[in-house]
Write a protein that binds this ligand. Structure first.
Ligand SMILES: N[C@H](CCC[C@H](N)C(=O)O)C(=O)O
Length: 289
């Protein structure tokens, strides 16, 4: 099957995007398609697959699949790129519109420079902090409903976890120097830890000052990526909860692939602003069907 695609990225967090308004894919094929298309030997190579689809609740709908074929509830970089794609392909005619993710409907605003979409702002809604809704179990018997700097032993590493959901689960560990973050060891160990029944995206954060943090991520289902939008939002929420940055101020999150501007507003909503880039389009010759 020859499948038309567009390759896009948000700060290097790159996905293969398929226009579901034109391409009709069978539900049962999606996990294997995500695995094959994102693998550099069987496909184009990416952090996963994203479908842009018609929606009954918003202007367009986004579905995101990780490299391992698992479907995620949300994707910040994906939302920005779907917003750009929808505008560029004319599925939306205004600069502000709504996008439906599995975790809910968000407001999007595309910014134009010489008529082209460069940056996109997404209102990511409110974070979820209740342990049971992350979801996260505890082995320490801690009964607190929020997970803030909770002791979290990983092998020999004495870590302290702060857990936040942006519709998808995130756990944040603070380090003194992001360059020394134990991402290759702690990342894979924690992402599948029994304390996270649905798995978890694992973030490491170095606080630079009260308006800047450095950030790296091991993503559930995809491993290390250049950037993670929902992760950056979770990291800023966590940093407010830990009194590293003030609520209501814009925080610059320095990710491997570049900077995101994140604000956890006093009204509880998390705003994310960052780039969305189209790099290529073509046809993927999927041999499986
Ligand atoms: N890269 C995405 C997150 C993907 C989340 C996925 N790894 C999961 O929750 O399973 C982002 O920009 O938010």
């Amino acid at each position: 099957m020859n499948i038309p695609f567009t390759k896009m990225h948000g700060l290097g967090n790159n996905y293969i995007y398929i226009d579901g308004f034109k391409v009709d894919l069978k539900e049962e094929h999606l996990p294997n398609l995500a695995k094959d298309v994102s693998n550099v030997f069987t496909g184009i190579g990416s952090d996963g697959l994203i479908l842009m689809l018609p929606s009954d609740f918003a202007d367009v709908r986004m579905r995101i699949f990780n490299k391992d074929g698992s479907e995620a509830m949300n994707c910040g970089n994906g939302l920005r790129c779907v917003a750009k794609l929808a505008y560029d392909l004319g599925y939306v005619k205004t600069q502000t519109f709504k996008v439906e993710a599995k975790s809910g409907v968000v407001d999007a605003e595309v910014e134009l420079e010489q008529g082209l979409v460069k940056n996109v702002t997404i209102d990511m809604g409110q974070p979820i902090l209740e342990r049971s809704q992350i979801p996260m179990k505890t082995l320490t018997g801690a009964e607190e409903d929020h997970v803030i700097q909770e002791p979290f032993l990983v092998g020999e590493e004495d870590l302290y976890a702060t857990a936040v959901s942006m519709g998808n689960p995130h756990v944040v560990f603070y380090v003194d120097d992001i360059a020394d973050a134990p991402i290759q060891t702690v990342g894979p160990a924690v992402t599948d830890d029994q304390r996270f029944p649905e798995g978890v995206n694992v973030e490491f954060v170095e606080v630079v000052n009260d308006s800047e943090i450095n950030f790296r991520v091991w993503e559930r289902g995809s491993g290390i990526t250049q950037a993670c939008g929902t992760g950056a939002c979770a990291a800023v929420v966590s940093s407010v909860l830990n009194d590293y940055v003030p609520k209501g101020d814009e925080v610059t999150v320095h990710l491997d692939g570049g900077d995101l501007m994140i604000t956890w507003k006093e009204d509880g909503h998390v705003m994310m602003k960052g780039p969305a880039v189209t790099v290529a389009s073509g046809e993927y010759y999927w041999q499986k069907i």
